[in-house]
Unconditional design. Sequence first.
Lengths: 120, 115
Amino acid sequence: GAVVSQHPSWVICKSGTSVKIECRSLDFQATTMFWYRQFPKQSLMLMATSNEGSKATYEQGVEKDKFLINHASLTLSTLTVTSAHPEDSSFYICSARDFLDNSGTRDTQYFGPGTRLTVL
Amino acid sequence: AQKITQTQPGMFVQEKEAVTLDCTYDTSDPSYGLFWYKQPSSGEMIFLIYQGSYDQQNATEGRYSLNFQKARKSANLVISASQLGDSAMYFCAMREGSGYSTLTFGKGTMLLVSP
């Protein structure tokens, strides 16, 4: 099956610093990747859609200047949390879309293992 | 209105028994896809099963089957012969439209399998 990796798996940083999280599709090319945020005991909330070679599409309420997304290649998307604060502490999880056929009717998203960010 | 509703915050089942996790959805788009994901305590989201709105038969993947009732807008996940390793959070999700669209997740159901 399709494999997506994330790095780092966890990170602790001081308030005011920036943190970069990488999302890689290991055995397939992903023109589209997604970034989600999950608070404890809650569901996944989509933050943004990352398209290779173009600007990311952010969901309403997500600050694009705070959560910088770069999708520079077909296998790598990065999320940078700039000037992180304690309220940014969360579980960040990415997914990559893998079309099983050219029509994209299945359009399954495969998820990375997630990154737990703790901002002190 | 919520697009995906999972009414069971938690479910208990004994090992080797079957369990059904409920999911109802709301959409006016005739083309949509329904997904179930498993999230163990490690946090990773594991894809389990997919059902397309035009699929004639209920999807099955090993011990997982999806009880798709289109008229009732329900897509319940059935896990047969539960195993201890099935203990996890389970999320139902929907993609509206035919491809190139995002997923909307339900709030999830925590399943605990006891020996």
